[in-house]
Design a protein around this ligand. Structure first.
Ligand code: 5GP
Ligand code: MG
Ligand code: MG
Length: 181
């Protein structure tokens, strides 16, 4: 693999997963979903901003009837002492009785995904399924049934392929990892 370095703001990153490898794995995940949801019409719910590139490449390989929609997680400071609370916004689909596949860029501690599951769970879906591009098993602090994870990665901070460092780097085609100094 050709290693290259990029600088984003004050940080240096180096190639970790090249685009060719990402696309290969994404296709494999899509093929599993095509099999697992045959005869159903799942609703893919992609969580913006981070999952936009993954969602796009994933959907190009889905061959069963399906829908895709997008939600966002808005953070705001709570009035209680708990600090940042994340609220799911933009969900205007009726998900009751639907097989919902949540498309995320990364599951780190799992707190965000737990929040998603709680919010969506109140709307009576037939099933809620997690389809994340990246998973950091070493950081996962919440029990989650993650059915689809394209890559399991170490605890290091990564950017590219939709993921940002301070809002930059989402446009990079490959995934890069932070170079520790
Ligand atoms: P969690 O709630 O699972 O701890 O964190 C999930 C969110 O943290 C992700 O949706 C993502 O925005 C951010 N995150 C966690 N790890 C990384 C990482 O290595 N790189 C980037 N760019 N964001 C990360
Ligand atoms: Mg995300
Ligand atoms: Mg971010």
């Amino acid at each position: 693999m050709i290693m290259s370095r990029v600088t984003i703001k004050d940080k240096t990153f180096e190639t970790s997963i090249p685009e060719t490898e990402i696309l290969e794995r994404v296709k494999q995940v899509a093929n599993r979903i095509n099999k697992d949801f045959e005869g159903k019409t799942p609703l893919f719910l992609a969580v913006l901003n981070g999952s936009f590139m993954y969602a796009s490449d994933l959907m190009k390989n889905i061959t069963i009837p399906c829908e895709i929609s997008f939600v966002k997680l808005a953070s705001y400071e709570g009035t209680t002492s708990t600090g940042a609370i994340k609220e799911v916004i933009g969900l205007n689909n009726d998900i009751s009785g639907r097989e919902v596949i949540i498309v995320e860029d990364i599951v780190d501690t799992g707190a965000t995904m737990k929040r998603m599951l709680e919010t969506l769970g109140t709307r009576n879906p037939a099933g809620l399924h997690i389809c994340t591009l990246l998973l950091k098993p070493g950081k996962l602090a919440v029990p989650l049934n993650i059915e689809y994870a394209a890559f399991e990665i170490p605890n290091d901070f990564i950017v590219g392929y939709g993921l940002d460092y301070d809002q930059e780097g989402r446009n990079l085609r490959d995934i890069y990892t932070l170079v520790k100094d």
